[in-house]
Design a protein around this ligand. Sequence first.
Ligand code: ATP
Ligand code: MG
Length: 359
Amino acid sequence: MASSRLLKIGLIPGDGIGREVIPAGRRILEALPSSLGLKFEFVDLHAGFQTFEKTGAALPDKTVDVLKSDCHGALFGAVSSPSTAVKGYSSPIVALRKKLDLYANVRPVKTVMNAAKPIDMVIVRENTEDLYVKEEKTYDATDGSGKVAEAIKRISQKASYRIAAMAGEIALRRQKIRQAGVPSIHKGPLVTITHKSNVLSQTDGLFRSTAREALALAKFNSVEVEEQIVDSMVYKLFRQPEAYDVIVAPNLYGDILSDGAAALVGSLGLVPSANVGEGFAIGEPCHGSAPDIMGQGIANPIATLRSTALMLEFLNEEEAAAKIYAAVDANLSEGKLLSPDLGGTAKTEDVVQDILRRL
Ligand code: ATP
Ligand code: MG
């Protein structure tokens, strides 16, 4: 008999459709076959704009404390961003990443295999440094240039090494998930290192050489490693997206590439993500709170279901993750029960039911 493992999962629905899709994540975890030996305990937690309006804190201390001390992972829905700056309010997910040292942002982008241009890739973005250290200054030039503004682009060996090693692990795990029967266009694990070291020989040069070093570890022997300059990568991403399996990138390039790649699959409602640190992962659909469709019961739950599977991957539960991916892919390939963002008429509940049935 398989031994049983108890996983405690924090649920942070946030605002808008986050409240409609996060419950689907919980339900799919509860519906996993008992043969996997997994048990789940859920903790309801708060964050977001509504929480801010009620309590004055967008990310209450309690949410952080419970995640830190009591949870293996979490699901995060979405938070509304007020259109004009509100005093005292800042994004709780950005704060959470800092407080839990979630140094990687992981974004899989996948179409169905019978798409005209099938895609199955994941972008692994470093999330703590690069231009996002936000060390900027403005001064008056003495050479007639007027005002000049400068920003620091910081790249460290430590951050580059751990993000590349994570990309290697992800490539190996994706291979296992394919072997567990989830359809894919790829035959073997491949990591592509993104950089612009032809121009930025020191910063991007360090990222590139450190990533190479991390991926040269013996455990990544079966992983093919290639590299590409970021601008030519954008070109190829749009022309030949099937060429990519795992892309690893410094913060800014990763940010741009992951939004670009998400545009290739047709709806934000399909794209998952995970914020990952040492032994902790938060699954988060890529979409926002979608106020335009909120309350109608038509939000696509797939981004959340895939984020749930992705969280499981980082808790080393590949088999459970593979079951969810396969059920989602089967729903999409059949194409009968699709939500309106995909051209269908199904409600959130219909899509969830169909996918649960396929588990
Ligand atoms: P926010 O400020 O919270 O990001 P937004 O107005 O930018 O909100 P998004 O959530 O980013 O809205 O969504 C952009 C568009 O994609 C909207 O038209 C939204 O309805 C649609 N969309 C996003 N997520 C989903 C989903 N899960 N299902 C269906 N449509 C979605
Ligand atoms: Mg948005």
